[in-house]
Design a protein around this ligand. Structure first.
Ligand code: TXA
Ligand code: MG
Length: 311
């Protein structure tokens, strides 16, 4: 146990805010059983108070104490994917209070795998409420530097843990209702889930109340547009303004700022948010993104890109 981790756990116990790395994105953490600490968390993020927040634990056993009527399917998913980039929505127990759940009868639970998060959760031992450590509606952070740039003054401590290996937020599965539903695609794919969850439906995100369903989300300040691969060349030739491009292909000399992305969905996801931040800072009037393939393994990346679009 490093002195930093010990200090972080002390800050959490005292009602403070600690940003910490997870394998998906960095989280802004507060003691999930402390109403005042969670209120501070929402204020720092600029997040509406009726939006529920995910609670993180060091083990499935602890996580499940915050739920009731836990279905067999939840236990199977936990055994298969925890620790890891999966969030389960379950019926809440009395431990999950209204200020965590947005007064809903369900709670979001996750056991992350990043070694720093694992150590912190072990030392703190309770549940850590943690949304992504960005201001509400902006691009999620995948490095400690991103967190400092967004929330530096509002956080008592930022734990360093290198770039997040997954790079996009956890897959969210709702098991609190009639049948299982995929609420947010992520690194754990629908195909992987369907093996354990026959009848999994994809719920239209606008039907559930969570910020991922707001139209404009994960968005850079510079207007961003998704362009089909076969239109990219034409779009570039029509350009009059200074633009930045995120693409699979080689740089085009007519374009001011070009970033080339990996052709595999995991590699792309891992770099996506850092790339959007970099392009956003390039002083361009627009960002053009070459649309990734319309294939199931790209679902999570496509979801985040669509939300980052301005139109
Ligand atoms: O990968 C992640 O999930 C990251 C890291 C830090 O763990 N966290 C994250 O948190 O993305 P946040 O707050 O930015 O997104 C959590 C999503 C939100 O859309 C929230 O509304 C939803 O989970 N959520 C939490 N509890 C819920 C509930 N009871 N019912 C429906 N959605 C819920
Ligand atoms: Mg977020």
């Amino acid at each position: 146990m490093t002195p930093e981790i010990r200090k972080a756990a002390e800050i959490l116990r005292a009602g403070g805010l600690v940003a910490f790395p997870t394998e998906t994105v960095y989280g802004l953490g507060a003691d999930a059983s402390n109403a005042k600490a969670v209120a501070r968390l929402y204020a720092a993020k600029g997040r509406p108070a009726d939006h529920p927040v995910i609670v993180h634990f060091g083990s499935a056993e602890r996580a499940f104490t915050w739920a009731r009527n836990i279905p067999e399917s939840a236990k199977k998913l936990a055994a298969r994917f925890w620790p890891g980039p999966l969030t389960l929505i379950l019926r809440r127990s009395a431990l999950a209070r209204d200020f965590i759940t947005g007064a809903q009868d369900s709670v979001g639970l996750r056991v992350p795998s990043h070694p720093v998060a694992v150590e912190l959760l072990k030392e703190f031992s309770g549940g850590i409420a943690a949304p992504s450590a960005n201001r509400f509606g902006r691009v999620s952070p995948t490095t400690a530097a991103h967190v400092r740039a967004d929330l530096g003054d509002e956080v008592d401590l930022v734990l360093e843990g290198g770039p997040s290996s997954v790079g996009i937020e956890s897959t969210i599965v709702d098991l609190s209702g009639e049948g299982p539903a995929l609420l947010r695609p992520g690194a754990i794919t629908q195909q992987q889930l369907e093996k354990l969850l026959p009848g999994l439906e994809t719920r239209n995100v606008s039907e559930v109340r969570h910020p991922g369903s707001l139209e404009r989300h994960y968005a850079p300040r510079t207007p961003l547009r998704l362009v089909p691969a076969h239109d990219l060349d034409k779009e570039i030739s029509l350009l009059r303004a200074r633009v930045a491009v995120l693409a699979f292909s080689r740089p085009d000399e007519r374009v001011d700022y070009w970033m080339r992305m990996p052709r595999d969905p995991q590699g792309y996801a891992q770099r996506l948010y850092a790339a959007l931040r970099e392009l956003d800072g390039a002083g361009c009037e627009a960002i053009l993104v070459e649309a990734p393939p319309d294939a199931p393994e790209w679902a999570a990346v496509r979801d985040r890109l669509q939300r980052a679009c301005s139109a």
